[in-house]
Write a protein that binds this ligand. Structure first.
Ligand SMILES: Cc1ncc(COP(=O)(O)O)c(C=O)c1O
Length: 430
């Protein structure tokens, strides 16, 4: 590649330093090859780009994985690309060199800069978001911070994440909130079937509902915008659990028309562990009490939620690098690739006699995650079989409404890994 082209490309990548990459084990050749294939995918539709292996081969090399097993359990959290991990180490080193000087003189401004970048990615203003540790902190702050009277009602679903269910259960125990539970079908016939199941649970006492944008145990994507519009038409607020949706699906938070939103950045944005986002719509901020006391900021100022004490600022700073990597892959391409990987293995096994897929497969109803069961085997037996016999790591899900093994490929998953997984399924269910 010509020197000028190379410089232009590096500039476009946001000043990614080749020195830093070399330190992380990625060299200039990688950068140059990536530049070439990236120019090629830029000309393609996301559908075609998702299948263009030379590009994904370069992306795979941005991650380092254990050679001892195939990791198809990327739903818990994401490994960081080497570049992001290196930035995290640099940030730790920098803060360690100028410890309280950094905290007193530079922390506020630099964190504000990161917040602006994150807000831009989320499609909202920095005055509507807080950087938290994770989805649990974001959503539990909201669930704990809203005013409820005894007898008020909240709607949630049996497939919502346990921490949020428990936060609501605690409000029920402590303040007399009444919980109404909705069942979401595993294979809905239409969006309206889902919207109606939430609508039917609304009564004049309903104040709020929790909606999981992408259900972690089945991989199903819910029609959140339609649910929010319906809820608002009844005067009900919506809290969206976007733990798995943020940076896996290509959307902006305001597209959802929700009131509150939380996600973990260590899942699909590939940040270091312990980074999350909380969004509160501007006109709702004054309704929510902060978890940690604050009287310094006005009630309608989002910064009232940032009174969290001394914390690892390096992680906040590293969000910048993770956003840069995310943009380098391309949010639309990323979603298309993850969907393609899921479809690749599910379409190869879905017609086997004993296979049950607990995930709707169309592009608007699922992305990377799918859940598979094999008749005659418990979820634990099946996931143990994958690992013990084939060294493929998955996770068993044994909930009332979803029983099977959750399978979550990632950007670094190789097609050969999926072929090995398909063979393992054929062997056990064929
Ligand atoms: C749907 C959903 N919500 C919330 C969470 C909690 O995320 P964290 O542990 O990062 O707070 C998870 C974690 O897997 C999840 O899948």
């Amino acid at each position: 590649m010509a020197q000028q082209d190379r410089r232009d490309f590096i500039k476009k990548m946001g000043g990614l330093s080749t020195g830093l990459l070399a330190l992380s084990g990625i060299d200039d050749t990688w950068l140059e090859e990536l530049a070439i294939v990236r120019q090629e995918v830029e000309q393609m539709s996301p559908y075609d780009a998702a299948r263009y292996e030379p590009f994904w081969l370069q992306i795979q090399q941005a991650f380092r994985q254990s050679p001892h097993f195939i990791n198809l359990e990327n739903g818990y959290f994401s490994p960081q690309p080497l570049e992001v991990m290196q930035a995290q180490m640099e940030n730790i080193r920098m803060i360690n060199e100028i410890p309280s000087f950094y905290m007193r003189k530079r922390q506020a401004e630099e964190k504000q800069g990161v917040k602006r970048q994150l807000a831009q990615l989320a499609g909202c203003g920095p005055e509507e978001i807080v950087i938290t540790r994770n989805t649990t902190e974001s959503l539990d702050t909201i669930i704990a911070g809203l005013d409820f009277e005894a007898g008020d009602e909240a709607i949630l679903c049996d497939q919502d994440y346990g921490s949020m269910q428990e936060a609501f259960q605690q409000r029920a125990k402590r303040h007399g909130l009444v919980l109404k539970w909705v069942d979401v079908p595993l294979h809905p016939k239409s969006d309206s079937e889902i919207v109606e199941s939430y609508e039917k649970a609304i009564t004049p006492k309903t104040k709020v509902m929790l909606v999981t944008q992408l259900i972690n145990i089945s991989g199903q994507i819910l029609p959140v915008r339609k649910i929010c519009d319906m809820a608002h038409s009844h005067g009900v607020e919506v809290i969206v659990d976007g733990a798995h949706a943020f940076a896996q699906l290509n959307f902006k938070i305001p597209d959802l028309n929700c009131d509150y939103f939380g996600a973990s950045l260590h899942k699909w944005l590939c940040c270091p562990l312990g980074a999350g986002i909380m969004y509160v719509k501007k006109d709702k901020i004054s309704k929510v009490w902060p978890l940690f006391g604050d009287v310094a900021f006005p009630e309608d100022d989002i910064r009232k939620f940032e009174h969290i004490g001394t914390h690892p600022v390096s992680t906040h700073l590293t969000i910048s690098s993770a956003i840069r990597f995310h943009q380098l892959v391309g949010p639309e391409r990323k979603q298309a690739r993850l969907h393609y990987l899921k479809n690749y293995w599910t379409s190869a096994v879905k017609d086997l006699d004993r296979v049950i897929l607990n995930t709707p497969l169309s592009p608007d109803r699922s992305s990377a995650i799918a859940n598979i069961a094999v008749e005659g085997m418990t979820p634990s037996e099946l996931s143990a079989y994958f690992y013990d016999k084939h060294r493929i790591f998955t996770v068993a899900i044994n909930r009332k409404s979803v029983k099977g093994v959750r399978v979550t490929p990632h950007l670094y998953t190789r097609m050969a890994d999926l072929d090995a997984f398909i063979e393992a399924i054929r062997e056990v269910a064929g």
